[in-house]
Ligand binder design. Structure first.
Ligand SMILES: *[C@@H]1O[C@H](CO)[C@@H](O)[C@H](O)[C@H]1NC(C)=O
Ligand SMILES: *[C@@H]1O[C@H](CO)[C@@H](O)[C@H](O)[C@H]1NC(C)=O
Length: 172
């Protein structure tokens, strides 16, 4: 009987611990993502493309590796740095420019310094709002789930350089 009571206490303690660990908060983060394709030091580099990839059409088949700066405001030069977006995007739409984004937001300042958020999703770049999944995270963002919404701030059609506003809504 004593053993059963002890076991019950242990079970209650484990369940209470699990309930405490399951408490989540939702964090909203707004950052500006800068895809620098042009110039001597691009942060987005095309590493592969299909023989049929057409740069006048949807770029279908192109693979780009990025280490894009993230800043608090839209001006890359004057806004404070927040971190980097590191990963790849693949042009996966044959008829429309639709990218498969696969990237980590690596925070390098403030209270999220050292933490990361993993984002994967479809980015139809000429749509006003593109929603992608937040599939995980590290550090402060362990166990993260959520979503990101991207809105183009500026796109230079001559150079391909772009600044995109990202709003992340993260449960963690
Ligand atoms: C590339 O796409 C443009 C625009 O859709 C089209 O006019 C052109 O014929 C395509 N080029 C090739 C080689 O398919
Ligand atoms: C972020 O954390 C790293 C490692 O602890 C530290 O070296 C760096 O100074 C921090 N950056 C900022 C802006 O606080």
């Amino acid at each position: 009987m004593a053993a059963a009571a002890t076991l019950l206490l242990v079970v209650v303690a484990v369940v209470a611990g699990a309930a405490a660990a399951a408490e989540t908060t939702t964090t909203h983060i707004k950052v500006y993502w800068h895809d620098v394709v042009s110039g001597a030091s691009p942060t987005a580099v095309q590493v592969a493309r299909a023989a049929t990839t057409n740069s006048s059409a949807s770029f279908f088949g192109a693979v780009v590796v990025i280490d894009d700066p993230l800043t608090s405001g839209p001006d890359m030069k004057t806004s404070s740095p927040v971190g980097r977006a590191q990963g790849t995007y693949i042009s996966a739409g044959k008829d429309k420019v639709a990218l498969l984004m696969n990237m980590n937001f690596v925070f390098q300042s403030g209270r999220y310094n050292g933490s990361t958020v993993a984002i994967m999703g479809r980015n139809e770049v000429f749509a006003a709002v593109r929603e992608m999944a937040v599939v995980g995270g590290t550090g402060v963002f362990r166990w993260a789930r959520g979503y990101a919404q991207a809105r183009t701030h500026t796109l230079d059609m001559k150079t391909g350089d772009a600044t995109v506003e990202y709003n992340l809504y993260i449960n963690h």
